[in-house]
Design a protein around this ligand. Structure first.
Ligand code: HBI
Length: 97
């Protein structure tokens, strides 16, 4: 089971995650897609990765804008699972353009 990361560990790993920040017990990011179908494709791609990880994001979808909040609910904060999922969201977004 993933353990809670210390504040320093989170800050250090956010250095490799441009566009992401710590907000309370979650890592958050707001991403802009070129259009609504691309925003939905991003959510769809991440859904497959999240299911594979058995670790799921909270997503707010508004037209081309998706807001992502990643937290390990069972631990009540940020774990390495959230960092890994943030990388996968970022990679999927860069693949989709
Ligand atoms: N996803 N973000 C997130 N946080 C969790 O604590 C979590 C999850 N997906 C599944 C899950 N916990 C558990 O139900 C399974 O790991 C058993």
């Amino acid at each position: 089971m993933a353990r809670l990361l210390t504040d320093d560990e989170v800050e250090r790993q956010l250095g490799d995650l441009p566009g992401w920040r710590r907000e309370g017990d979650a890592l958050v990011a707001t991403l802009e897609a070129p259009d609504f179908p691309t925003a939905i494709r991003l959510v769809d791609e991440v859904a497959v990765e999240a299911e594979d990880m058995d670790h799921h994001p909270d997503i707010d979808i508004r037209w081309r804008t998706t807001h992502w909040s990643l937290s390990t609910h069972s631990e009540g904060g940020v774990t390495q699972l959230d960092v890994e999922l943030a990388h996968r969201v970022t990679q999927a977004a860069s693949r989709l353009g």
